[in-house]
Structures are given as structure tokens and as C-alpha cells.
Design a protein around this ligand. Sequence first.
Ligand code: TYD
Length: 144
Amino acid sequence: MKPEGPRFSPLPDPIELPRIFDARGNLTAIESGVHVPFAIGRIYYLYDVPGGASRGGHAHLKNVEFLIAAMGSFDVILDNGQDRKRIHLNRSYFGVLVPTMVWRELDNFSSGSVCLVLASEHYSEADYIRDYEEFAAAIRGGRS
Ligand code: TYD
């Protein structure tokens, strides 16, 4: 049997979410299976991020995440083991869907920013790859 080759997850572009405009303030809703292609199993958010801090620095085996700059702005750096891209999120009606086996880092947080994350899975440390070399080796080995 031929060994499996590298398996590179596609790097996403930001997705624009619908907005309900209202003079009293705008509204955006996100529904499982409609705006994100997974059942939302967990919600968490990053806030009070000090200037110059960097978050992330890992990939997930099973967990898929949708990242939104609910407040302020930050950059999402995505790396699939072959290509790397930087996405600046600065609108609360744009999100980035991060597939499994994509290395992500977050930096360039503006003061007072909030990164809202919708995740497909409950928190599990066993689902993380936190070492970049281990991640790159897993991609080369075709693991996904
Ligand atoms: P981590 O996912 O490494 O943070 P980030 O990628 O945003 O930099 O998580 C940081 C710590 O918080 C780590 O000890 C695990 C814990 N944690 C939870 O307990 N539950 C969660 O849902 C998440 C995302 C993290």
C-alpha cells in the first residue's frame, strides 16, 4: 500500500455574516449548520489581552473553530504546513472558520478587543497539537 502523502487543510478567507440593521444598533446572529458548518459545542472569548501579546500557537485534531472580532481588532495567522496567511479581523460581522490541522496564532490585538470563538467540541487538551514540529510532521505523514 502506498504511504499517504501530506494532507494540507485549505486556508480559509473571512466569511461575512448577515447583519440586521437597526437605528437602535445592529444585530448579527450565527446558527449552527447555517452560518457555521458544525454544531456549536462550546463558546469562549479572549479579552483583557495586553498590548503585544500573542495567543494560540496550536492546531486541533478534531475541534473546528469560528473566530470573530466581537470588539476591536486582531490578526489571525493561519498555517496548513505548506502555506501561511495573515487575516486582519476588525468587524464584528466577519469571522474566520479554522479547520482541523491548521496551525493558528493570534496577535496585533487592539486595546479592549474581544475575540469570540465558537467551537465544535468541548475543551480537551488531548485535541491540541502545541508543538509546531509535531504539527508539521503530522501533516507530512498525512495525519488528519
Ligand atoms: P489555549 O487554548 O492554549 O489558549 P489560546 O489558544 O487562546 O492562547 O488555552 C489556554 C488555557 O485555558 C489552557 O490552560 C487551557 C484552558 N482552556 C480551557 O480550560 N477551556 C477552554 O475552552 C479553552 C479554549 C482553554
